[in-house]
Design a protein. Structure first.
Length: 242
């Protein structure tokens, strides 16, 4: 499975960092006013871009995305408004008529609920270990009790093991993720198990991420290399406020 470009990541609370095995495009250090982010193909042509406007006084950010390659069946531009406080994140995505809300339901459980036009509402339930790291994520919908589960194991060498389990604890994928000193993924070793084939079938692959950072510790370029072949480069132009 080749990774899709993360145009918009809505799981932006710090404890959710390990959920993603690609860079969090919204994770930034210091006081930010504006970010322009765009992706280029290996030949240098653009394939999508987004802008993020930060309004720290009212704890809100507005994200505008533009994509010709991904939103083929929808308008090519969408605007997402995120209102944040210490525990909850409220996100409205008009392009999908979706409102998503993070709620702290217990000391070690956090729930993301999404309300759609159709399809039916869905829930993601996060559980945490004693170090406040994500230990599992369960995916629900109104029609399916547990669609699948992500399970995380943290290794002494700093790598993270992610297992994707279908109902009945059937293994669908296994990923070993390595991170750099900025907590961004630099290598993902993956095995994916095809449940549709009559004989067991395993696909193995590797994706690496190469970064350039600015003096604030924010990456300004990130390049994806999948099985040795460059897939895309993300560029970020960041305006800081003081």
């Amino acid at each position: 499975m080749k990774f899709l470009i993360p145009l918009l990541l809505i799981a932006t609370l710090p404890a959710h960092a390990q959920e993603q095995y690609y860079p969090d495009a919204l994770a930034l250090n210091d006081t930010i006013i504006h970010v322009l982010s765009y992706y280029t193909n290996p030949d240098g042509t653009r394939r999508s871009q987004s802008t993020i406007l930060y309004e720290p006084n009212i704890n809100r950010r507005t994200i505008t995305t533009f994509s010709e390659s991904v939103h083929k069946n929808y308008p090519i531009q969408q605007v997402v408004v995120q209102n944040m406080n210490d525990k909850d994140v409220v996100i409205y995505q008009p392009i999908f008529n979706t409102v998503s809300v993070y709620k702290q339901e217990a000391n070690n459980v956090q729930v993301l609920s999404s309300s759609y036009g159709p399809p039916p509402p869905s829930r993601k339930v996060y559980s945490y270990d004693a170090q406040n790291r994500v230990s599992s994520i369960e995916y629900y919908s109104d029609m399916i009790a547990v669609k699948y589960t992500d399970r995380f194991t943290y290794n002494p060498d700093g790598t993270v093991m992610k297992e994707v389990l279908l109902p009945g604890d059937i293994l669908a994928g296994k990923y070993v993720i390595s991170y750099d000193d900025h907590h961004n993924p630099v290598k993902v070793m993956m095995k994916e198990y095809d449940q549709q084939s009559e004989a067991p079938k395993v696909t193995a692959a590797e994706e690496r991420f190469e970064y350039a950072y600015d003096e604030h510790g924010n990456y300004i370029t990130c390049t994806s290399v999948y099985n040795g072949i460059v897939q895309w480069t993300q560029h970020r132009e960041i305006i800081y406020g003081y």
